[in-house]
Ligand binder design. Structure first.
Ligand code: IMP
Ligand code: MG
Length: 172
C-alpha cells in the first residue's frame, strides 16, 4: 500500500498562501493583473490565492499534457487548453502547483509570450529544485520542497489524492 507522510497541514498551507498573497497584492497594486492557473494541479491553490489577494484580478486557465512516467515530466509537452482572456500588454502571473524540472513552465512561458503580455511572472505553491534543468525564475514560491513526490491540495499521483486538504509525501 502507498504510504502518505504529512508534510504541510491545512493551517500551514493557509499561512503560506496568505503570506505570498500579501506580497503579490503589494507588488501589483494599481496594475491590471491576470492570474493564469495551470490545470489541473493548480486549481485548489489558485482558488485560495485569489481569495487572499486584496487587489482586483482577472482569471484564466491553461492546460498542458506531458507524456512521461507517473512521477516526472518528460519534456514532451502539449497544450490541451488555450488561454481565452486577452493578455496583450497585461501583467500575467502564472500560477503553478509545483515546479520540478521547469520544462512545463518554460513551455508555457514561450507560448504566453506569443500574445505579447507586458510582464510574465511565476507563482508556485511548491518549488522543488533538486531536478531543475531549465533556467527559470520562480518569482513567488510558497514553500521550498525537499526531494520526493508530493500529493494533495490539488497535486495528484495518477489522478488520486487531489482532494486532500493537506500536502503529503507519497511513498510508493
Ligand atoms: P516539471 O515540468 O518537471 O517542472 O514538472 C511540473 C509538473 O509535473 C507539475 O505541474 C506537476 O503536475 C508535476 N509534478 C512534478 N513534481 C510533482 C510532485 O511531486 N507531485 C505531483 N506532481 C508533480
Ligand atoms: Mg501540474
Amino acid at each position: 500500500m502507498p504510504e502518505l507522510i504529512p508534510v504541510l497541514n491545512k493551517n500551514d498551507i493557509d499561512n503560506m498562501v496568505a503570506r505570498v498573497a500579501r506580497r503579490i497584492s503589494s507588488d501589483y497594486q494599481d496594475r491590471e493583473l491576470i492570474l493564469i492557473g495551470i490545470l489541473k494541479g493548480a486549481f485548489v491553490f489558485l482558488s485560495d490565492l485569489a481569495r487572499h489577494l486584496t487587489i482586483p484580478v482577472k482569471l484564466d486557465f491553461i492546460r498542458v499534457c506531458s507524456y512521461g512516467s507517473d512521477v516526472s515530466s518528460s519534456g514532451n509537452i502539449r497544450l490541451t487548453k488555450e488561454i481565452e482572456i486577452d493578455v496583450n500588454n497585461k501583467d500575467v502571473l502564472l500560477v503553478e502547483d509545483i515546479v520540478d524540472t521547469g520544462l512545463t513552465l518554460s513551455f508555457i512561458i514561450d507560448y504566453l509570450k506569443t500574445f505579447n503580455p507586458k510582464t510574465v511572472k511565476i507563482c508556485a505553491l511548491l518549488d522543488k529544485h533538486e531536478r531543475r534543468s531549465e533556467n527559470i525564475k520562480i518569482d513567488y514560491a510558497c514553500h521550498e520542497a525537499a526531494e520526493g513526490f508530493l500529493v494533495g491540495y490539488g497535486l495528484d499521483y495518477n489522478e488520486d489524492y487531489r482532494y486532500l486538504a493537506g500536502i503529503y509525501h507519497l511513498k510508493l
